[in-house]
Design a protein around this ligand. Sequence first.
Ligand code: GAL
Length: 917
Amino acid sequence: QDPSRTLIERGWLFHEGDIVAPMPEGHNATYLSVKAGNAQGAAAMAFDDSDWQPVRLPHDWASAQPFVQTANVSQGYRPRGIGWYRRTLLLDPADRGKTILLQFDGIASNATIWVNGSAVAHNWSAYNSVSVDLTPFARFGDDANVIAIRVDASVMEGWWYEGAGLYRHAWLIRRAPVAIVTDGVHCDPRRAGDGRWQVPVAVTIGSTDHQPASVTLEATLLDPDGRTVASGRATATVAPLERADAALTLDLPLAPTRWSVDTPTLYTVVTRLVRDGVAVDERRIPIGFRTLRFDANQGFFLNDEHVKLKGVCLHQDHAGVGTAIPDTLIEWRLERLKAMGCNAIRCTHNAPAAEFLDLCDRMGFLVMDENRLFDPAPDYMAQLDWMVRRDRNHPSVILWSVFNEEPMQGTEAGVEMLRRMAHTVHALDDSRPVTGAMNGAFFDPVNVSSVLDVVGFNYYQGDYDRFHALNPTKPMTSSEDTSAYETRGVFADDAKAHRLTSYDTEAASWGDTHRKSWKAIADRPFVAGGFVWTGFDYHGEPTPFNEWPTISSFFGIMDLCGFPKTAFDIHRAQWLDSEPVVSLNPHWTWPGREGQPIEILVMSNAERVVLRLNGKTVGEQPVDRLMGNSWQVPYAPGRIEVLAMHGGKVIAQAAHDTTGPAVALRLTPSRTVMAGDDEDAQPITIDAIDARGRHVPTVNLMTRFSVDGATIIGVGNGDPNSHEPEKGNSRSLFNGLAQVIVQAGTGRGRITVRAEAVGLKPARLVIDRAAIAPRAQVAATMPTIAIRDWRRSPALAVRPAPSLAPADGDNNSWAFVRSGTLVQPDAAGAWRVYRASVTPWRRIAQQGGTLRFAGIAGRAELWIDGARLATKAEAATGPLEARLPAGPGPRRVVLIVEAAADAPSGIAGAVSLTADG
Ligand code: GAL
């Protein structure tokens, strides 16, 4: 998409916990501590991070925390707290003059970022990207840049698990000085009144150059096969350090292939910026041609065709990895939703990762993109502005949601706040309606529904009709419904054990069961659709228990691992039209229950269903697609099966066998080939099978894994009450299932996964690793101690004593200079003194190290702590090295330099202190 950006996800160091900068001692240290480049403590360039933990991004440190009873229940009993990240970054001298940015797509939650000892950004939300303009701070060549980030995840923006740290992708961006700014292309197609299609292209160009620049914007529309469909040009002039817009319209000669849920056809807009005949920047943006419309009586129309929104609400986390979800795991989760017939997703209650929306475009989902906080003050409006700019080209996005369940929804202030937020959204995008998820105040004399384009109903299903009757021209959708409870594989409530049945009978008082909630929506054409709370379980919010030891939700249609619950079968039957569906719950392994009635729930989209036990018909009913079909069947071991009939023919069937005891483990991947790109990840299912190879649904044994050719990045089993760690190489099965998430290594090869459990035959799985080149990553650089900042005496006529120093508090008589800066000859004399201080890292303090000057111009003597350590006799520029004896810091480094006649002198290159060996 943007060739100027490179992932910067390797080579980070992490420290869990806060590091409080020491109070500067005395007035002059205080004076110096607040100067640019002089950040203190762990933000200081020279800070000793040598014992920090190497990590790669995306990184969620909370996901590795134990569950702690005193931690916040809503965040899943995971301590979050404060953490620090640091990274050393070398920039190629060829990048000098470019615009250089750092971009973090998500930091949970608040953060301060320093670059080279200067604070460069403050972040206030876990859900927006943070962009840092490195350009004025950048150092090049062996003059290393140091990035330090303090992340405060003790704050909360939600009542669900939010993760902690740099949990989304991070980028280093290097652009020409005059280039397209981040999220600077708007190219969302429009259908004109006459039915013809256009793509209005508006591009924002920024300049860090010193001269005004005239540039040409060339825009090209490519069809799905890469053929040019339309193109155009526009020009702009950008003043130094300013922005300018270039706009044009691409007219389509022919009707484009439409983007839809079933055929999500994507075109590409290529915008190229040309300066002095040279292409200096380019973006490739996938777009889709589709219209959308919400009708107050008939609901939602995509391309003028009615589409009922069969949606789910999602939080971002998954078992094992928390919020640090590899892109391919996001894709896997979306595939699970597609398999269920889901066509819409509400991003509750925050903007998702950019990759999530890219996948929704490609896979055909309709997205309600949601802002986090209801607040029109500038800091928060900036977050809303960011979201709309970033996401407004996505065909998948059909609604902007600006709030969720705000108690001020029925007040005058609430209306005024919303009016401002809606205005900001409309100013940036005139094509999508603004919605908000109300949970009350629908009939209050003053309420926010007056300002919403589409009213979102959270629950309150009993009020749909009344609202519609009173507001017959106001489109509405359920923005959230259901909030039913199920524990996967559990078919009886056990309140003491915090387990809830999967018969779809349990729901929050404000919600309803899966079946009834959808029925209320399906029966009402004026309700555009629904969004089930939630597609997947998530860490935190363990309602209805909301107490220890429960660490995750019960709401999911699937559990934390994405293993389907009964709700998955319910929605498949309700939602899928493209294929015959029938399912049967529960399983049929109930030793000891012989002769007792077992409730059977069948869900199907056929005409009739026939239930059979051991070959004998025990029931037949016309299908109730919305509410399902139920029987009480006395348990007898064997096979229970259901036949789904249409026009007298069996069109689908499902069955469960009574299984024997588990004898072996089994490993099932979702893909047998993974990309050897060091990023590709997939969940692998572990289950136990009986002697005939059948899944045994009742096993809860501990299993252990080992993996070659890949890394285990997390484990899970979907049990909301389990406190087993989600990192490591073991996990108990929960009602027959566990999951291990592996991330492939690099290059062509094999991944071997083994699983074992006491008393069972182990399982072995081999997956191919294909030769897919990893995405480019900024090279990791090992941190070194650099001495960068010196005080330099005035020129002196005679050799000074090494003790010569400016008076304390005199920040004026001696210059502040950096390594690498030479001084011109001075008539006052050839001698100068350079003074610096260095605090050796722990290991060097204990064992000593080597102090290395890459280049000194002039003759020189090196003194440390009053002892002469080395001499450079030659005047020509050359290196100087000395052994630094062991000892704690800070150490006083003094360099006496004698310039050669009429020649520049001083510290010509980098100065480093390295450990021995
Ligand atoms: C809603 C809320 C969701 C979640 C849900 C649980 O009120 O919007 O975030 O808390 O209830 O039922």
